[in-house]
Design a protein around this ligand. Sequence first.
Ligand SMILES: [Zn+2]
Length: 68
Amino acid sequence: MSRTAPFHSINESREGAPRYHTDDTCNQALQIPEQDLRPGSGGYYQCERCAAMHVQPPAEAAGLTPVP
Ligand SMILES: [Zn+2]
């Protein structure tokens, strides 16, 4: 997987619920024709597949260990 800046397809809306992607190996993102790609979220929701690949780390991993 390879995380990228958010991008979306300008033709996403005709395929149902529009989504933006954050990974250039996302199966759905790979189906977007190159001429339809645009940077940014497009005001859409994040693609579930991309979101699952890039789950935010827990607070402990960020060095924010809670005080007992
Ligand atoms: Zn995606």
